[in-house]
Design a protein around this ligand. Structure first.
Ligand SMILES: NC(=O)c1ccc[n+]([C@@H]2O[C@H](COP(=O)([O-])OP(=O)(O)OC[C@H]3O[C@@H](n4cnc5c(N)ncnc54)[C@H](O)[C@@H]3O)[C@@H](O)[C@H]2O)c1
Length: 428
């Protein structure tokens, strides 16, 4: 495994609530103001000894330290990260003020954007290009310049931009050749998120998709990731309601309690909520939020318990709440002798506060995976996503406990490899 040296560039398409909360948090941790709550890469432990003893992740894995992280972003608005964070309204004024100098330095580059894919937004800070191929080349040039500016040899991209409309798999997604021809002839099936993913992979940069739209999870970009030897991960961060759903549903299945209905409703009032108010973008979200229950309850194996399950997911834009999302779940259960019961869950959370530590973990773990020579979809990172991107034919695991085991096993393997490599080094 290649050890960590030098700077690591974090590339963020989308400088909104999630991205700025992530940036502010990393800097606040570096300044010793806060603890890295919620980040497994910083506070997690994995079993590494025969007696089952658990070791701190940062001590047993050669992760890039937070001090090595540098940042670059793209957005359709020219506001720097300080202004963008203020507009997002997640963090309090005094917290942002303390991080102002750092956040002010992060000014977004012009975005690749098209309203056709995010109908509720428009902004002035956008690249012009004759073809999607030209736009991809412009992003590649941005990446090369951002790396050169800090002397970085490595980078990771995490797509944190608005959710794009749902796109079906199209012929231009099926192979790299077809995709590149599609870029040339401006195929409408190629969305901006896919152009960013293509640019990152061409530059040999690991890519994660924090949002539900189809990006690197198409055969063309899987092929490119394999070709370039780059790990990819996605999609749609599993933060609030779905996180709890993937804890509760396995418990009901283990107890063999029937589920007739699962009604999930959310209210949120940030820009993400505004974008998701559009039917096209909501369809992307609905797909990733809905598939988890079937994956966990296996109605094909238990038709008498889950065959009739009615699963309804709704998101409502409600401005007074801002980023402080609230979700309600009502689950209609069936027990012994067919008697009905109900379970109600009410989670008042903060969307970006839950998402930011996951972005940090993904950056550090994808960088580590790349240095270990892992390529293509990284199913061991399923823990972070509502709709895990796995290799074709590989089973998808939605239950959080299973995903946690997969994460720990992979990190354990990497830690043992790293330890063995250290032991074979010549002693100075
Ligand atoms: N916060 C969570 O818990 C959570 C969980 C899962 C997924 N997500 C997803 O993460 C994404 C970011 O969420 P957010 O709350 O930060 O949203 P946000 O609206 O605050 O930020 C998104 C930013 O992306 C920019 N943008 C849109 N299209 C772009 C493009 N093509 N290139 C560059 N920038 C572009 C917008 O101008 C905006 O500043 C959303 O898609 C959301 O659905 C969030």
């Amino acid at each position: 495994m290649v050890p960590h040296t030098g700077p690591l560039l974090v590339l963020l398409p989308g400088l909104g609530a999630v991205a700025t909360t992530f940036l502010a948090g990393v800097e606040a941790i570096r300044q010793g103001r806060v603890r890295p709550i919620g980040a497994f890469s910083q506070l997690g432990r994995i079993p590494l000894q025969e007696d089952g003893g658990e070791q701190p992740v940062p001590e047993v894995l050669p992760l890039a330290p937070l001090e090595a992280l540098h940042f670059a972003a793209w957005d359709i608005f020219p506001d720097d990260a300080y202004e963008a964070a203020r507009a997002a309204g997640v963090l309090q004024k005094q917290d942002l003020h303390a991080l102002r100098d750092f956040l002010r330095q992060i000014r977004p580059m012009k975005a690749v954007f098209d309203r056709q894919y995010v109908r509720k937004l428009d902004g002035p800070h956008v690249k012009q290009g004759r073809t999607k191929r030209e736009l991809a080349e412009a992003l590649r040039e941005d990446i090369r310049q951002a790396k050169a500016a800090i002397g970085a040899e490595r980078a990771v991209m995490v797509w944190c931009a608005s959710t794009e409309v749902h796109l079906e798999l199209a012929p231009c997604h099926r192979s790299l050749r077809a995709f590149e021809q599609g870029l040339e002839r401006n195929d409408p099936a190629i969305a901006p998120s896919q152009i960013y993913a293509y640019a990152a992979l061409q530059e040999g940069i690991p890519y994660a998709n924090a949002t539900p739209n189809r990006a690197a999870d198409i055969p063309a970009l899987e092929e490119l990731a394999e070709l370039k030897g780059v790990p990819i991960a996605g999609k749609d961060l599993k933060t609030g309601q779905t996180l709890l759903k993937t804890v509760l549903a396995p418990a009901l299945r283990m107890r063999l309690l029937g589920v007739q209905g699962w009604f999930s409703v959310n209210i949120l009032g940030n820009r993400d909520g505004w974008v998701l108010d559009d039917e096209g973008s909501f369809r992307s979200k609905e797909a990733t939020k809905s598939e988890v229950l079937d994956g966990i309850l296996s109605p094909q194996l238990y038709p008498e318990l889950y065959g009739e399950l009615y699963h309804k997911v709704r998101i409502h834009y409600y401005p007074p709440r801002g980023d402080a999302k609230e979700s309600w779940d009502v689950v209609d259960l069936v027990g012994w002798m067919g008697y009905p019961m109900q379970l109600r869950v009410n989670f008042s959370c903060r969307d970006s506060i839950l998402a930011a530590p996951l972005v940090l973990d993904l950056v550090l773990f994808l960088d580590l995976a790349a240095r270990a020579g892992w390529r293509g979809p990284q199913s061991w990172l399923s823990f972070y996503f509502k709709s895990p991107h796995v290799r074709p034919g590989e089973p998808v695991h939605h239950a959080l406990a299973e995903q946690y085991q997969m994460l720990c096993r992979a990190l354990q393997g990497l830690a043992l490899r790293w330890r063995a490599a250290q032991q074979t080094l010549p002693q100075a």
